[in-house]
Design a binder for this molecule. Structure first.
Ligand code: PEP
Length: 243
């Protein structure tokens, strides 16, 4: 299956970054699907700047409701109208900074799917949870309660302690967690669960991407810091195994 390399720009970037970034990534010699998730105001300009077939755009959050009195939030349908194809949901920074619960995430996932977006749902344990040996249980619980009963999307395993720290789990730990996530998805969604892409995220860099992306059940990467640098993003994409 085609790998997916998604860049999460978080609250970084400005309009003048779009043209040079696009000029670099259009050179990508990769079969991977490239996705950029910039801050909301940049979505439309980014979508317009990316030539067809050279990548897709995603949002970083959406609201569970269609519309209404939700100051500072954004409707999934508006993301789609702005040119987004994907939306990151349940990122650990949203779960921590905004108190998003698994139930909140499930509501957003439904809203995203109803708007025709492909949700990228993030799960992952904190450092203390891993130290306590609870990572499998934590991720199982997140998957169980953050995904609605019918799910068409992508999962991103992002250990919280690996995000922005330069630390990653060992290859064996990543492989074990991805196998665990796959088993959960298959148990709940049968054939659809067998096909759901599972990305790894957390300090993916050009230097470690090839090893991580080659692991069983790793269907791509969700990249934060390194995705801000077009050359690094390109190098990570170039590391993705071909079909
Ligand atoms: C992220 O926040 O989704 C992420 C993976 O960040 P980084 O690559 O910087 O660790």
């Amino acid at each position: 299956m085609r790998q997916i390399i998604a860049g999460n720009w978080k609250m970084n970037g400005k309009f003048s970054d779009i043209a040079p970034f696009v000029a670099t990534i259009v050179q990508a010699e990769t079969e991977a699907e490239l996705i950029i998730c910039p801050p909301f105001p940049m979505l439309q300009s980014f979508a317009a700047a990316l030539p067809a077939g050279k990548g897709s755009i995603g949002g970083q959050n959406c609201h569970a409701n269609l519309a209404g009195a939700h100051t500072g939030d954004v409707a999934a349908a508006l993301l789609a109208e702005a040119g987004a194809k994907y939306v990151i949901l349940g990122h650990s920074e949203r779960r921590m900074d905004h108190g998003e619960t698994n139930a909140d995430v499930a509501g957003k996932v439904l809203a995203a799917m109803n708007a025709g977006l492909i949700p990228i749902v993030c799960v992952g344990e904190t450092g203390p949870e891993r130290d306590a040996g609870e990572e499998m249980h934590i991720v199982h619980t997140q998957l169980t309660h953050s995904l609605p009963d019918s799910f068409a999307g992508i999962i991103a395993y992002e250990p919280v302690w690996a995000i922005g720290t330069g630390r990653t789990p060992s290859e064996a730990e990543v492989a074990a967690m991805h196998a665990h996530i796959r088993a959960n998805l298959v148990a709940r969604f049968a054939e659809d669960g067998a096909k759901t892409p599972i990305l790894y995220g957390g300090s993916v860099k050009p230097g470690n991407a090839a090893a991580l992306l080659a692991l069983p059940e790793v269907g791509g990467a969700l990249v934060g810091g390194a995705s801000l640098f077009a050359a690094d993003f390109l190098a990570i994409a170039a590391s993705a195994p071909r079909g």
